[in-house]
Design a binder for this molecule. Structure first.
Ligand code: ZN
Length: 434
């Protein structure tokens, strides 16, 4: 949950100063990785950089007043950027100018203190001061991490909390089981076997796509900055630019709200959810067809399709939080849209055929509902022609509490301790895993 911060002048300066320090560290860490690799063919990993921090602070003494965990979190950002690059998910990490450096993170309770009950209050940052904050959280608990963000001239604190278990864990698990098909003609097609429901993507999301396109078109008509020709961005350009960012951000917020509402509704009645495994490969292979196309695909994707990914992970998160079961159906193996939920026979259907009409058992159903039924029955082991299949399904540790965001730093810490104990200086054997 994000709160807006209202620092006074002196604290604002201090915040900017800290942001700058973190930016320098980020760039230094990026530089270190490139230089080490180019000159000595040595791949620097996170742990090596983290172990250098104390020595680094001895030389650059201004870093002594910054909490070491926050510095580690910044190094973690570097590591994350490189991991993404290596996996082909992101671009080559770049040096960031202060304009493009948003802030820093306190990965655990050290360094910040929240005086709030979930609505407004104060945030105390060590070595910086006490700042008034405004905003309200739906759930509240013990603050675990805090990220300071500077955006459009305003300061924000994004705080994650350990929500007290009583709030989220219902006394009895909801008994419903549901299959969900995402995307295609309606956003969600759900079924519990007897009742079917389809939810459309809200209009504002579809409208927003047009609005953003229009705004970007207007932006392209203004004088764009060009460093080679020493052309500065015109005032109109900047204005148009900020209009685009505002729109994109607004849609992002709206989408997030919608996603959470839908997910909450689903989980309120069901503790068993089966849905398709989204194929990541598809997206990346599409992205390789030229830059222009990629940008275009990116725009289309960002509005709706990314929403489905978000929707899926929101449902997954909520189901796991109440201790339910979330099953991802291997789409390639089962082919939900090509299989009859009643008799299990497969037959090819092109995308334009919107109705499932089985030629073997004469079962007739909307295409997406039928796909949802297949996923539900398959994961319950009820799909004819496919035996008990939960064994094959990827059960992403549904009951264990794997809180990735909050746990990662702690896990890393444990890993580091374990490693320094056993291998000592064996830097080469260390691999940083995300
Ligand atoms: Zn059939």
């Amino acid at each position: 949950m994000t709160f807006r911060l209202y620092p006074n002048k002196q604290i604002e300066q201090s915040l900017q100063y800290h942001r700058k320090l973190h930016k320098y560290l980020y760039n230094a860490a990026v530089n270190n990785r490139f230089v080490q690799y180019q000159k000595f063919n040595h791949k620097v990993d996170y742990f090596e950089q983290q172990n250098c921090l104390p020595a680094f602070k001895e030389v650059w003494t201004e870093y002594k007043e910054v909490g070491s965990h926050a510095l580690q979190a910044t190094l973690k950002r570097v590591d994350f950027a490189f991991e993404r690059w290596f996996k082909g998910l992101g671009k080559r990490p770049r040096f960031k100018s202060i304009w493009h450096y948003s802030g820093w993170t306190y990965p655990d309770s050290a360094g910040f203190k929240v005086e709030s009950n979930g609505k407004n209050g104060y945030l105390k940052l060590s070595k910086i001061g006490r700042i008034q904050m405004r905003g309200s959280a739906k759930y509240w608990g013990k603050p675990t991490t805090c990220t300071i963000v500077y955006r459009n001239g305003n300061w924000y604190a994004s705080i994650t909390v350990d929500v007290l278990d009583q709030v989220l864990k219902p006394k009895a698990l909801p008994v419903g089981a549901i299959g969900i098909d995402l995307g295609c003609s309606s956003a969600l097609s759900m079924t519990d076997g007897t009742n079917h429901q389809q939810i459309e993507a809200p209009k504002f999301l579809r409208n927003a796509e047009g609005k953003i396109k229009q705004a970007s078109k207007e932006k392209r008509r203004k004088i764009a900055p060009n460093r080679n020709k020493k052309v500065k961005a015109s005032r109109r350009y900047k204005k148009a630019q900020s209009k685009v960012t505002k729109l994109v951000r607004k849609v992002g917020n709206q989408r997030q709200n919608w996603v959470h509402q839908v997910a909450a509704e689903i989980v309120s009645g069901n503790s068993f959810v089966a849905t398709e495994k989204l194929e990541v490969k598809n997206m990346t292979s599409k992205a390789k067809k030229g830059k222009r196309k990629r940008q275009k695909a990116g725009l289309n994707k960002s509005i709706l399709d990314v929403g489905f990914g978000m929707l899926k992970s929101a449902i997954k998160y909520k189901v796991e939080q109440i201790g339910g079961v979330f099953v991802e159906v291997p789409t390639k193996k089962i082919k939900p849209s090509q299989t009859c939920p009643r008799c299990g026979q497969q037959h090819q259907k092109t995308l334009d055929i919107r109705v499932h009409n089985c030629q073997y058992c004469e079962y007739e159903q909307d295409r997406d509902i039928a796909a949802a039924e297949v996923m539900l029955y398959w994961s319950q082991g009820k799909l004819p022609g496919f035996g008990t299949s939960l064994v094959d399904a990827e059960l992403p540790s549904s009951t264990s509490s794997n809180r990735k965001t909050a746990g990662s730093m702690r896990q890393l810490g444990a890993k580091k301790r374990q490693k320094s104990g056993s291998t000592g200086l064996g830097a080469e054997t260390q691999t940083s895993t995300m």
